[in-house]
Design a protein around this ligand. Structure first.
Ligand code: FE
Length: 355
């Protein structure tokens, strides 16, 4: 009996040890890319599987929010294992760029696929610090029973005296608002933008609190009549079958602001190669994959956004309902210029007392 056991153990060891040695030699050659992602959508899983299938490059993923990722990259410095980074706002991508956390990307595939409007301005060597892969519009929603659409169809009207005490909006210093206000500076100039922000603060129905969905719900609940939200939060509510969400959506109207002037402000979610990437070629391959039509569909549609890549479209019922099935006029300024206004905006917010 003991001999049988010994033989069994010996056989077991041969199998286990052999496969362990095999695994070691495989992992020595295994291609990987280490991803830090601020995205957390279940549809992204299909995206990652698709990449590994197409390239045999394995993705090791760390999930955190944007601020957490930027702080982590800073703290890790040159020891950082990160190769590629996904963030969800132009102001944050700009911050990563100016903090020196990215390395310029040279990729004909990416520059051909992603319009110049949705990427960082190229450096002297033509390298680009980050690319946008999906777009989201910053919209105005209003209580249909209390507000006329004509009174809220521009961002400027958020600061107009007629809308006193009616507006709900999240914190002024949230990146979505930093980007919106940075865009407004580009469109109407600093002086007018500051006067507008002052008007907006005096129009607030309550001190800024909560996220975009909370502002939509506050309009439906009658706490305020007008609110500002990213398009995908509204799309999420429109696709929800929960009775309370259905009730909310039935009460609100939506505006794509400034259709008769400079167009609706559009932000991006995007990606960059980490400054200290150990697998930079794989990182670029990953970003190039994200620009492909299939990946664009998962990337954008998964969060009810629009693809950033040229001539890629999504078939999304909520987005279709929101736009009436027609394309809307979006601003055409480079999103990099918007990001570059962040500090200016923060100083303005302090001056006008916008928390
Ligand atoms: Fe968001």
């Amino acid at each position: 009996m003991p001999n049988t056991l010994k033989a069994l153990l010996r056989n077991l060891c041969i199998t286990v040890c052999a496969s362990a040695a095999g695994a070691a030699s495989v992992s020595a050659q295994e291609q990987v890319v280490n991803l830090y992602s601020a995205r957390h959508y279940s549809t992204d899983e299909a995206l990652y599987t698709g990449f590994t299938k197409a390239t045999s490059i394995k993705i090791n993923r760390v999930d955190a929010d944007d601020a957490g990722i930027l702080a982590r990259l800073k703290a890790e410095g040159s020891a950082s294992p990160a190769d590629v980074i996904l963030l969800v706002d132009a102001a944050r991508l700009h911050k990563g760029e100016v903090d020196g956390l990215f390395q310029p990307i040279q990729s004909k595939v990416l520059t051909a696929a992603i319009p110049a409007q949705f990427r960082s301005a190229p450096g002297a060597d033509g390298g680009v610090a980050w690319f946008g892969f999906s777009t989201r519009a910053r919209l105005i929603v209003y209580n249909k029973a209390k507000v006329q659409k004509d009174d809220v169809d521009t961002y400027e009207e958020l600061g107009a005296p007629k809308n006193k005490g009616k507006v709900c909006i999240r914190s002024g210093s949230h990146p979505y608002n930093l980007s919106l206000f940075g865009a407004v500076i580009e469109h109407i100039g600093e002086q007018k933008a500051e006067a507008w922000l002052k008007g907006l603060v005096s129009n607030l129905a309550r001190a800024p609190k909560g996220g975009d969905t909370d502002q939509i719900n506050a309009v439906a609940a009658g706490e305020c009549d007008i609110a500002v939200t990213n398009s995908y939060y509204l799309a999420r509510l429109m696709r929800s079958t929960k009775p309370e969400d259905v009730a909310t959506v039935s009460k609100i109207g939506v505006v794509f602001p400034n259709q008769d002037s400079w167009g609706t402000h559009v932000n991006i979610a995007g990606g960059a190669v980490a400054r200290h990437a150990k697998n930079p070629a794989n990182a670029i391959r990953f970003l190039e994959y994200l620009a492909s039509a299939d990946a664009q569909n998962y990337f954008a549609n998964g969060n009810n956004e629009w693809p950033a890549a040229k001539s890629v479209t999504v078939d999304n019922p909520a987005l279709k309902a929101m736009t009436g099935g027609k394309p809307f006029k979006s601003e055409t300024i480079p999103i990099s210029a918007v990001g570059a206004n962040t500090t200016k905006v923060q100083q303005m917010l302090d001056r006008v007392g916008f928390q």
